[in-house]
Design a protein around this ligand. Structure first.
Ligand SMILES: *Cc1c(COP(=O)(O)O)cnc(C)c1O
Length: 372
């Protein structure tokens, strides 16, 4: 017997998407870090990345990176370099040094702490210094992480000249996360200029010029990406591939958009009024929802709710005629008046998920994950 709610994940389709994206990037001289935070670094899927041609595995969470490292220890063929993509906490510096080959950085204090940790380890263990590689983030206007103005050059010089435990591997930019700024050609050119300022200051070329995340994939696809950008960190564009076609009309038909399917079981089916009866107060979440009276309609309840996927706006029923009308913690309410074949109790309905619901359903112990 299957158990529900169920999340079905197609590993073959994930492998296909990774291959398609990395091939297109490689054609432009760009290597890809596979970012696994969107699906909570499920070890089964980390293995798919580890077998692919991404050059490294990235996450915002040390727990997921540790899993990637453990997978590589158990099977050396699955060993990929790891990258911490959320600027680290001072409190996790020892783990960053232990588990991450690369990290994105924007604070001198953290760089110094990382350096101290690397040197301390080499001394304790009486072995050669194993340098931790850092990518300095450049604030490009999106106003999340990144060095501002001349602080970038001084940080680069500090890492290059004064911090023996660190290697200045490159620079990175990130847009589209807080400020909804687009990676336009101009923005990317400006970023490359900042990278070249660093190169002039340190007198050598940087290994990695990391031009962003899925949104920069647009510039790879339209061929309008500066030559010097040689690295991207891709999460959503491989896992879901929903955003670029939806928001920017990109043709991503070469990718699967159905790697993840959420399946939930019908536990009630009744003809009910569409307008609540009684005095209306607040719902379970403190909101004052509005209801439209559409008369009596056939309604289904599925046993899966907001604690599983966050918000009912983040899931889409796949069966024609099924509409989500609301949800509580453990129930999803559906209007099923318009479906062709009547449902029965115990039927299972399928939904596609988006990024916000993916992070929930992959981390909930109520959800039974199966792979195919
Ligand atoms: C999340 C994240 C990414 C990946 O973003 P996607 O839009 O999912 O490709 C890349 N870089 C950083 C710094 C991130 O935080």
């Amino acid at each position: 017997m299957n158990r529900y709610p169920e999340l079905v994940i197609d590993k073959g389709k994930l492998a296909d998407n990774i291959r398609e994206v990395t091939a297109r990037c490689r054609a432009r001289g760009i290597s890809v870090a596979g970012v696994v935070k969107g699906m909570n670094g499920l070890p089964e899927l980390i293995r798919v990345y580890a077998e692919s041609d991404v050059v490294m595995i990235g996450s915002s969470r040390i727990e997921q990176i540790r899993d990637a490292v453990e997978i590589g220890k158990a099977d050396p063929e699955l060993r990929k370099p790891t990258m911490m993509i959320r600027i680290p906490m001072l409190s996790e510096v020892p783990e960053i040094v232990e588990y991450c080959d690369y990290s994105l950085e924007s604070e001198d204090a953290v760089l110094r702490a990382l350096n101290d940790e690397v040197l301390r380890r080499a001394e304790n263990e009486g072995c050669a210094i194993k340098k931790h590689k850092v990518i300095l983030m450049v604030e490009m206007g999106d106003l999340r992480e990144g060095y501002v103005g001349d602080d970038l050059i001084s940080a680069a010089l500090m890492v290059e000249n004064d911090l023996d435990g660190l290697e200045l591997a490159g620079v990175g930019m990130n847009v589209g996360c807080y400020g909804s700024i687009l990676p336009t050609r101009e923005k990317l050119d400006e970023f490359v200029k900042r990278a070249e300022e660093i190169e002039a200051a340190i007198g050598r070329r940087l290994d990695i010029i990391s031009g962003g995340a899925t949104s920069t994939l647009m510039r790879v696809l339209d061929g309008n990406i500066p030559e010097r950008i040689n690295h991207l960190r891709i999460g959503e564009g491989i896992l879901l591939a929903h955003d670029l076609p939806l928001f920017y009309g990109c043709d991503m038909s070469f990718l699967h958009q159905d790697i993840f399917r959420l399946r939930m079981e019908v536990v009630e089916l009744k003809l009910k009024p569409t307008y609540p009866q009684g005095t209306i107060g607040r719902d379970a979440f403190g909101h004052l929802p509005e209801y439209t009276d559409r008369g009596d309609r056939m309604r289904a309840i599925c046993a899966c709710g907001k604690v599983d996927y966050g918000s009912e706006e983040e899931i889409t029923p796949l069966l024609t005629g099924v509409h989500v009308i609301g949800a509580s913690s453990d129930h999803t309410l559906l209007d099923v008046e318009d479906i062709k074949v009547p449902l029965t109790i115990g039927d299972v309905l399928e939904f596609s998920i988006n990024y916000a619901s993916m992070v929930y359903v992959t981390s909930s112990r109520n959800i039974h994950i199966t792979y195919k």
